[in-house]
Design a protein around this ligand. Structure first.
Ligand code: URP
Ligand code: ZN
Ligand code: ZN
Length: 448
């Protein structure tokens, strides 16, 4: 048995100065614990002990635009545990012609022998047909309770298909998230930018203005209302989109909202960096304006946002992003962040949020919405021993030179931050220490 002593536990009942013991992958006792001869004591003096952080939105080993993300499950989950994340919910994607169960198997294979942390899967439904519909209960039985639909890209579904998906997933008690951007309008605005000779990265946000997101959020919420189903808005990035979430909630709908640290820290001036550097920030939705940043931060303080994820979707600047020189539409969309989510989120809010708030946004919230609570997302007897011992006193600077993400830059380069995981346990096994990975591969597929 391992016993964590001298730390402050962040539990569903509040902060506790108690010991926590775990054994065989489970938390077995919380309270005053006297170690026996065989037991190992872990000193958490000066630290908060959190239920391991959960990143509810990652893309590992994802084929995009003729290339594949720089991080696979091995490098991505290794970086995750170095930053305190013990579980990611990645996107398995059903491409045209795939079955849902086939897509799940493909994604599970990508993870075999590579899991530094746990992995659950959302299923991105991109080919809605009779077989897909008929297979939904089997996918639910295989442990998938959450889904994603796109309103943009070649993976988009039509509105009527999305309406059907919402209705069918509701029958299973699952949740549908949506990439809310009006894809048709994006294509038209891209053509206008290119027609005007605007080929650089700075034209990317011009082709995806806030209205493109807000209209799609509005539409998805109303489709949810028609279906009588809850909806999940992923990577919310704008004040206008937030207003649509608020309006739907005022109508009495259940709307979950996710945002990401980059949308609360970095603005669209980054697209005008010298040379082609702006490509490093090309993700969709794009970085926004200061008023959007302020609106999202206020929403976090008001607890109007439910989860903070990364949308980690990494491409190297040199080898991959530069494919878009001369045409911003060819820059693979996405940015890295899986390693830095907890520390950047804490940097943004500091003492404005409590440890309980951090727990809710980074761990408990995603566990609850995605059907893993209280197995995950809580320090409770019987919960999985996914534990992040967080030392708030460590001061350091984020840099590509000291990170583990398999990519040649970080959008947070040079950010001076406080806090680092002292030790991270995944299913009771130490996966990282002082921000460096161990040799262990303790992660597992999380059937929900
Ligand atoms: O630019 C991004 N975020 N790419 C990842 C895919 C998505 O839409 O979430
Ligand atoms: Zn998306
Ligand atoms: Zn995404």
């Amino acid at each position: 048995m391992k016993i964590i002593k001298n730390g402050t536990l962040v539990t569903p009942d509040g902060l506790k100065r108690e010991d926590l013991a775990f054994d065989d992958g489970k938390i077995v006792k919380i309270g005053e614990i006297s170690p026996g001869e065989e037991d190992e004591t872990i000193d958490a003096s000066g630290c908060f002990v959190y239920p391991g952080f959960i990143d509810g939105h990652t893309h590992l080993d994802l084929p995009v635009a003729g290339t594949v993300t720089a991080d696979d499950v091995g490098t991505g989950t290794r970086a995750a545990v170095c930053g305190g994340t013990t579980c990611v919910v990645d996107f398995a994607t059903q491409y045209k012609g795939d079955t849902l169960l086939g897509a799940l198997e493909t994604w599970k294979k990508k993870a075999e022998g590579k899991m530094h942390c746990n992995i659950a899967y959302h299923m991105a439904i991109c080919d809605w047909n009779g077989k897909t519909k008929a297979d939904l209960p089997a996918l639910r039985a295989a442990g998938v309770t959450s889904f994603k639909v796109y309103m943009a890209y070649d993976t988009a579904l039509s509105d009527s298909e999305i309406l059907e998906v919402l209705g069918e997933v509701k029958k299973l008690g699952g949740i549908v998230g949506c990439h809310c951007e009006n894809g048709g309008v994006v294509t038209e605005l891209q053509l206008r930018e290119i027609g005007a000779g605007h080929t650089g990265p700075w034209a990317h946000p011009l082709s995806r203005p806030a209205e493109v997101e807000a209209e799609a959020v509005n539409r998805f919420c109303y489709l949810g209302r028609l279906a009588g189903a809850p909806v999940h808005i992923v990577h919310l990035s704008t004040k206008l989109g937030l207003e649509e979430v608020r309006a739907a909630r005022r109508r009495g709908q259940t709307v979950y909202a996710e945002s990401c640290p980059q949308y609360m820290l970095l603005d669209d001036s980054n697209y005008s960096r010298p040379g082609f550097e702006g490509a490093k920030y090309v993700c969709s939705p794009p970085l926004r304006k200061q008023e959007d940043i302020e609106a999202l931060k206020e929403a976090v303080l008001l607890h109007e946002i439910d989860t903070i994820a990364t949308d980690h979707c990494s491409f190297s600047y040199e080898g991959q992003k530069k494919a878009g020189i001369g045409d911003f539409r060819k820059i693979p969309n996405g940015a890295p962040g899986i390693e830095h989510r907890p520390v950047v989120f804490m940097h943004i809010f500091g003492d404005q949020l409590t440890p309980e708030d951090y727990c809710r946004y980074l761990s408990e919230g995603p566990a609850k919405i995605f059907g893993m609570y209280p197995r995950k997302g809580a320090l409770l007897e019987g919960s999985d021993a996914d534990i992040t011992i967080w030392d708030p006193s460590v001061k350091w600077t984020i840099s590509a030179g000291n990170m583990h993400q398999n990519v040649d830059y970080t959008p947070f380069e040079g950010l001076e931050v406080s806090g680092r995981p002292r030790e991270v346990f995944v299913n009771g096994v130490c996966a990282s220490k002082d921000g460096e990975p161990t040799e262990a591969l303790p992660g597992a597929y999380v059937a929900r």
